[in-house]
Design a protein around this ligand. Structure first.
Ligand SMILES: [Zn+2]
Length: 279
């Protein structure tokens, strides 16, 4: 159980606000275990969807955007379609708790673009990614990827992309019309500084605080100060990483109660509702 009182010295939340926050924590970055056994967890302790949900319950994560490990690892359109259908199945089964996200790999680009349209129009997804080009070795600076970015903007979808710092700079500058979420504050002090600066400069971009960087005390405060609290999102990268570790850092950070709520759930709610999905 994560205690959410005593947020900022001298500024405890009201009882009502604490209750609302507990109900509302919204994880912008979840990878579900696939039914075929694909699972990003380094040593399996949550092997299926029931165990995945039970673990999130322990961490007080009540809602989240889910994507399929199987789609990230896809070598063929059949593979990414199968993963996305699984996501749709679990978004339906746990209705109100999870929002589906579409992942493709761009090797057969026409089929990938068709799948994005299908997920938006037939499955009601408004989120794309997390895309991870390093897993199946593709690049973001190609005409094919530009098609993905343009379609995301045209369909008014949020697109979440794992990048190194130079890929991040390229995408932020090249696609100002897309709503982009970049996961991870960064692996070292230099990268963290640059990544925060890139997101701060591009108002269409957000950062999710999963993975590397969040464990460094003071970095979340720096991100909120330089980017603004509206574009910093709570995400965990579970099943790989521990959700409650990130929540603990948000809880202890020197933020106002209002900014803490933005990070924990209000910003994701706003992105989803701007894309046409009620949170
Ligand atoms: Zn991830």
């Amino acid at each position: 159980m994560v205690g959410l009182a005593n947020f900022v010295l001298g500024e405890p939340l009201t009882r009502e606000a604490v209750a609302e926050t507990r109900r509302g924590i919204f994880d912008a970055h979840l990878h579900i275990p696939s039914d075929n056994g694909d699972n990003f967890q380094w040593n399996l302790v949550t092997r299926n969807m029931a165990e995945f949900v039970a673990y999130l319950d322990k961490c007080d994560v009540k809602r989240g955007v889910i994507s399929s490990s199987r789609s990230n690892l896809a070598q063929t359109p059949e593979d990414f379609r199968a993963g996305n259908r699984e996501v749709a199945k679990y978004a339906e089964k746990y209705k109100g708790r999870f929002r589906g996200s579409c992942v493709i790999t761009p090797f057969r680009i026409d089929e990938a673009l068709r799948e994005i349209e299908y997920c938006r129009k037939e499955l009601g997804f408004v989120w794309l990614g997390e895309f991870c080009n390093y897993m199946t070795h593709y690049r973001y600076d190609t005409p094919e990827w530009a098609e993905v970015m343009k379609l995301a903007a045209k369909l008014n979808m949020v697109i979440q992309i794992h990048t190194n710092t130079s890929e991040m700079r390229y995408l932020a500058e090249r696609f100002p019309e897309a709503t982009i979420v970049f996961p991870h504050l960064g692996p070292n002090k230099d990268d963290i500084g640059q990544r925060i600066e890139i997101v701060a400069k591009h108002r269409n971009c957000c950062i999710d605080i999963s993975g590397s960087g969040i464990e460094r005390v003071g970095i979340l405060e720096k991100a909120v100060q330089e980017i603004g609290a509206d574009r910093v999102l709570y995400g965990s990268d579970f099943t790989i990483n521990e959700p409650s570790a990130v929540i603990a850092r948000v809880k202890n950070a020197f933020l106002t109660p209002a900014d803490r709520e933005k990070v924990l759930f209000r910003n994701v709610e706003r992105l989803l509702s701007r894309a046409g999905q009620n949170s």
